[in-house]
Design a protein around this ligand. Sequence first.
Ligand code: SF4
Length: 168
Amino acid sequence: MIALDSVLLRPRANESRRFRFVRPRVREPFIPMAPFYQNGLKFQCTRCGKCCTGEPGYVYVGSAESERLASHLEISVAGFYLKYVRKVPGGFSLLERRDGSCIFFDEGCLVYGSRPRQCRTYPFWEENLGSPERWELEARQCEGIASGPLHSGNRIEEMLAGTEGTGV
Ligand code: SF4
C-alpha cells in the first residue's frame, strides 16, 4: 500500500525556499512482533539474597499466599497478618527490617517453599521483559539471570499471567 503522507522537507541552506517533495514510501503491513523471549530465557536462582535485601520495597501477599505462609509457619492467618504483614498502597506487604531486608530473610529465605507469587515469578515480571535491554539491565542486579535452565516462552507467558511459579 502506498502511504499518502508525502513528506515535506525543509530546503537545504543553499536551496531556494520552495519545499521539496519526497517520493512516497511504501508502508509495510503491520505484523505484531513476537516477544524477544519467545525462544525462552535462562534463569536459576542462586539464593544469593540480593533481591530480598537492600533497598526497601513491597512484597505483596494476597489471601491465598497468606494462608500458605501461615500454614508453613504453623500459626493462624490472623496471627500471620499481625506479626508479619503491613498495609501498603495497593494491598498488603510482608514486613521488612530497618535495613530493608525481608522479614523472612536470614542468610536465605526462611519460607522458600511457600514464598509469595511475587518472589516465585521473579525475574519474569512485565517490567523486566519489556525489551532485551531491560532484561540485560536486570541481569546486573540478579546473578541468576542468563544461567541455569531455559524457561520456555510459554512458561514465561504463564508466569506473566500469574498462573505459574518458577519453582527454581
Ligand atoms: S532471584 Fe537473583 S538476586 Fe534474588 S536471590 Fe535469586 S539469584 Fe539472587
